[in-house]
Write a protein that binds this ligand. Structure first.
Ligand SMILES: Nc1ncnc2c1ncn2[C@@H]1O[C@H](COP(=O)(O)OP(=O)(O)OP(=O)(O)O)[C@@H](O)[C@H]1O
Ligand SMILES: [Mg+2]
Length: 478
């Protein structure tokens, strides 16, 4: 008992003494601690900047920071803010009677010591952060290039598609309609909506362009890339197995573990999902979905789509809006009413199809005289009424083609028909082919290749302006 009292009194005394001595030390050391904190913080920021630079470089190779690294960076950010707040209070101490009090100086001293400890801890931790980077998981959604601002009159169809995304009874859905009516555009808009509102319950949104020449292997590879596999010969990651059965099984197994949305653009014939490796038997229902576009309703039936969405033609008003947009003219900027009615008749000839409205609209941009409009209308009126819809589209496209003033660009466009449908054409490669074929020759000598290439870029610019070529997916194809 006595021992206890003695020892407890002794501890109490030393505790009080430590507190007083600690407080005094804290006060005395305030200036030097503030200085040390400033120094250590500068060092830590340099370390952080180096690490961020490394991450930026490796992001180009699809690498991303580990969770440990992300947490470390977050903590550095926190301590940076805390040290900045300390710095301001330290600078301002003495400015007010409250700020200069012993109590507040003591508090500042404690804060400096705390921050310092944390900064030193983070510096030590940095050395233990290994590995820094890992292969980044594929993003849930990859954006598809479209200018949604120029989509008109599509809201009704878009909301129909949106509601089908949530319909558990319809895992396979076909979107069909004429060529150039906007099927791909709608599907891209749906894909891009997931960028804003998160992937909406899907782990992965996969976009695959299928096209006329069905190539199951390409479809498999496009899906595999979205699952984190590398294409053969590209990237250092694992590739799909070579043997067809193994490829199918690998995809079946990887996709079965996910809740995916597969968007297949431009089917021309039935695609056997099972033969690709997409798990879609009637017994497999985990909320995953397949949406596809096609020109043919029959393909929807062959694909056993539970629901079909028919994309409608644009109505008269929306057609006029789109036509005027492409002409670069306001809908109410037509002072001469007789010209306006000729223009409306030309617009009507486009049949409510976005592709013809934009190409014919573009071809007529800058046309101001009644005679020119009359000639254009006569040319379009000569299209035989009995022709099928797609033939009419081709004739309307030819109308735009014929009006191109850049003659080499015409030949260059025809050359593009040698590429497979929906192919992303590499601009530099295309221009070199054009140069090689002599399509950009001027007949003058000397004609340095750089000048010929410039003429190629100009042709591409003119063809895009005429809406006869579209932007590709990556920067190099644009
Ligand atoms: N609702 C719309 N409003 C304005 N422009 C549109 C609309 N829908 C499509 N377009 C434009 O029309 C052109 C053709 O559209 P899209 O490529 O989507 O047609 P598609 O139905 O997929 O044709 P295809 O059957 O040949 O694949 C594109 O340039 C697109 O920007
Ligand atoms: Mg399409």
């Amino acid at each position: 008992m006595q021992n206890f009292l003695q020892s407890s009194t002794g501890e109490a005394v030393s505790w009080v003494w430590n507190l007083a001595a600690g407080g005094i030390v804290t006060l005395i050391l305030l200036d030097s601690r503030a200085e040390e904190l400033d120094r250590e913080m500068t060092d830590l920021i340099v370390v952080r900047e180096d690490l961020e630079e490394e991450i930026k470089q490796r992001e180009l190779q699809d690498m991303g920071p580990t969770r440990q690294v992300q947490a470390w960076l977050r903590k550095v950010q926190e301590i940076e803010s805390r040290a900045a707040v300390f710095g301001v209070s330290f600078q301002q101490r003495g400015a007010s009677s409250e700020g200069s009090s012993l109590r507040s100086s003591y508090r500042l001293g404690c804060e400096a010591a705390e921050c310092l400890k944390q900064v030193q801890r983070l510096k030590t931790q940095r050395g233990n952060l290994l590995p820094l980077l890992i292969q980044a998981p594929p993003p849930a959604v990859v954006p598809q290039p479209i200018s949604s601002a120029s989509i008109v009159d599509a809201e009704k169809t878009l909301s129909e598609i949106r509601s089908l995304l949530e319909d558990n009874e319809a895992p396979v859905i076909g979107i069909y309609g004429l060529g150039g009516i906007g099927k791909t555009t709608l599907l891209k808009a749906i894909n891009n909506e997931f960028l804003q509102r998160g992937s909406g319950g899907f782990d992965l949104v996969i976009w695959v362009t299928v096209s006329k020449e069905l190539d199951v292997r390409k479809v498999q590879e496009d899906i595999a890339v979205r699952l984190g596999y590398s294409r053969p010969g590209k990237g250092q990651g694992q590739t799909l197995p070579e043997h067809p059965t193994d490829r199918v099984n690998t995809l079946l197994s990887a996709l079965s573990k996910r809740n995916f949305l597969l968007l297949l653009d431009d089917l021309w014939e039935k695609l056997d999902l099972g033969a690709v490796g997409v798990p879609f038997s009637s017994s497999f229902r985990n909320g995953s979905k397949v949406f596809f576009t096609t020109r043919s309703e029959k393909v929807c039936n062959d694909m056993d789509a539970q629901k079909k969405v028919k994309v409608p033609l644009l109505n008269r008003k929306s057609s006029w809006t789109r036509f005027c947009q492409k002409m670069g003219k306001g809908e109410d900027q037509w002072n001469d009413l007789s010209i306006r009615s000729l223009a409306e008749a030309v617009c009507q000839k486009c049949g409510g199809l976005p592709i013809t409205l934009i190409t014919v609209g573009r071809a007529m941009a800058g046309v101001t005289t009644r005679d020119e409009w009359q000639v254009a209308l006569m040319a379009l009126k000569s299209i035989p009424a009995e022709l099928g819809d797609m033939k009419k589209v081709l004739i309307l496209l030819k109308f735009s083609f014929d009006r191109l003033k850049d003659t080499p660009a015409k030949e260059c466009l025809l050359y593009c028909a040698l590429y497979p449908e929906d192919h992303n054409i590499l601009i530099s490669e295309l221009i070199d082919y054009w140069v090689g074929e002599g399509l950009l020759d001027t007949g003058r000598h000397p004609d340095p290749i750089e000048r010929a290439r410039n003429r190629g870029h100009l042709a591409i610019k003119n063809l895009k302006a005429a809406c006869l070529l579209e932007d590709g997916r990556s920067k190099e194809d644009r």
